[in-house]
Design a binder for this molecule. Sequence first.
Ligand SMILES: [Zn+2]
Length: 345
Amino acid sequence: MKREDILYYDKNYEVVLGDIYFENNIVTKTVEKDKPKEYNKSDILLPPFADIHIHGGYGVDFMNCNEKDLIYFTEQAKKDGIGAFMPTTVACEYEAIYRLSESIARANIPEIWGIHIEGPFINKKHKGVMDEKYIRECDVSLYDNVKSILPDKTVRFTIAPETEGAAEFCEYVCKKGDFVSLGHSGATKKECEALKKGGASSYTHVFNAMSTLFHRSENILSCALTDELYCEIIADKIHICSDVLDIVGRCKKDKLILVSDAIFAMACKEGRYKFCGREINVKAGKAYTDENVIAGSVLKLKEAVKNMSDIIGEKSAVKAASENPARLLHKFDVFGSIEEGKYIL
Ligand SMILES: [Zn+2]
């Protein structure tokens, strides 16, 4: 198959006019014909996005889904520019995480890179909307069991560095080639350093569900903004305002990762729903409990890219949704730019 005379970003993010040949969503050849000086920005084909922190959408809740739901979700997500994603859990019973893992295994969809286990190894004080009764100390048996169900998929954890056993857990998971992100936490710099030594590679939705900045002492957030690890952000302008999005963009540059943190109600009608066992309201682009605690988002990643484009420029925003998550999870050889051998929508 071929897309003829199309404008697209090449790997250096220069706008190129050319032909793209592809087979089964994989680029087989690109033929550059011109580097136009004038063009309509909205005509540029973007590389596909990867959403590595998403709880659901289009009416599908990953904590309660089967393989058919995953197939439906993937088809809908593709229409919104998503070429890869990681279904993300909340703090829950291990059994619910195994059920999701089994659905992912049965669905056998290449667009699903693996699973992101966001609970249960987090700090109760920074739980957000998660159910406290499932929060506990780190336990490698959860990782081992999920990996045995999904041997060929990526497993990524969000853990709080101050959780009992976190450093050993992190080292164990990273040595096996999987990933640990730091979040839902009030960790000190020292606690973060211990996990970085063990291979932790990112921070989960910075500024949200973690201690905030204090000018007289270092903590997880000051580490996140100043070190070399990747940082997820939810760029809906609700979880973080524009000025703070700007600060994170300036601090992290190529280590910035846009995530949606979307829940099943993304792309659904406004109203009252259940999430994490609680009643939540979805109204005016926001998901929140009756106590006004934010409960994930109803953001599409392409909207995050648009919001961030206004702040850090389109090229950096697109990279943060495509190349950067691919690099974090060692997928950049097959995803994250429009080049031979890589995934295209
Ligand atoms: Zn989340």
